[in-house]
Design a protein. Structure first.
Length: 324
């Protein structure tokens, strides 16, 4: 190959290497979990329902009567125009004057489309015949649909009165405490005792025990071996203590002990909050951390050798050296 060609190809390779080699970037974002030097604390968001009230939610969970629930907690003007709801509130067989006063104030004496009663057996037969012989979307069948709605509301009322769904002690299978489950097997492994269970009308509440009693149960203690199970060396029958729940109530899932030292606990909102006097407006590159009650960098970067990430400016910075 001629020497001129060798020189040409050599220059070409040098140019290609200079173009292909990337320049080291000063900083680049990384995932917070990969940064061991400056980990990012996750921002704790407030619950989506800012109008939540623990006292109101507890009262809602304890209200089992549909009429009382509608009168106390439902703020909807459609109650006044629905004849079925009017029938529930202004029941003819009930002499409750309080409901009449409530209706007069809420709906200003307005009447719905007439009180709707449940169909009799002969009327139900006629309704089924009409549904089979005509189009259900026909306006003449609106009465049939309204009676069906009345039955569904009646079902809702019956379900609300079901005591089994309320927060209270209920029989359940509870495992016996075993401090060494890999070396000792307890028989029986579970007992059937009362434990708190039920609904609390809000995902921010839970059914917890407020009064308990310790009960003791005998259990056979055996140890697995290569040739089979043998009785434990210390005792054949072991007395195991289990906590039985006697009284339950709905309480907040988030409690005061879950708050950080800088947070305040709002018992009625069931959440930890930052003091109201703090300024929550953050500069650019920063976001408010509701758990730490301060502004923190939105993105944490890893820096090139010799530089460090400044949490005040949220940028990579040169170290400052002081010489005496």
């Amino acid at each position: 190959m001629p020497s001129s060609a060798v020189v040409f190809f050599g220059c070409l390779m040098v140019v290609m290497m200079e173009v292909a080699v990337p320049v080291a970037a000063e900083e680049w974002p990384i995932r917070p979990s990969y940064n061991e030097v400056y980990p990012v604390q996750p921002t704790v968001s407030t619950p989506p329902d800012r109008n939540f009230s623990a006292s109101r939610a507890k009262n809602m969970s304890q209200t089992t009567d549909l009429r009382e629930f509608l009168m106390q907690f439902v703020q909807d003007e459609r109650i006044c125009s629905d004849p079925i709801l009017q029938n529930i509130i202004l029941a003819e067989d009930d002499g409750d004057e309080r409901a009449k006063v409530w209706w007069s104030r809420r709906c200003r004496g307005r009447r719905g489309g007439g009180l709707t009663r449940l169909p009799t057996q002969s009327e139900s037969t006629l309704i089924r015949y009409r549904r089979k012989s005509s189009n259900r979307d026909n306006p003449q069948n609106s009465l049939d649909r309204s009676r069906g709605d009345a039955k569904r509301w009646k079902k809702v009322q019956n379900l609300m009165k079901d005591k089994r769904i309320k927060c209270k002690p209920k029989k359940a299978a509870v495992p016996l405490p075993n401090p060494n489950p890999y070396h000792t097997v307890l028989k029986p492994e579970c007992v059937y005792i009362k434990q708190c269970s039920g609904c609390c009308n809000s995902p921010q509440l839970e059914c917890v025990p407020v009064r308990t009693k310790t009960k003791t149960f005998p259990a056979m203690a055996i140890t697995p071996t290569a040739r089979g199970h043998r009785f434990s060396e210390n005792e054949k029958i072991k007395m195991v203590k289990v906590e039985e729940h006697r009284e339950c109530q709905c309480e907040c899932k988030v409690r005061a002990e879950h708050c950080s030292p800088v947070q305040e606990y709002n018992e009625d909102a069931c959440q930890c909050q930052c003091p109201r006097n703090l300024n929550r407006s953050c500069p650019s590159r920063k976001v408010w951390n509701e758990k730490e009650c301060r502004c923190e960098c939105r993105d944490v970067h890893t820096c090139t050798t010799g530089r460090y990430f400044d949490v005040n400016s949220c940028r990579c910075a040169e170290p400052m050296y002081y010489f005496k």
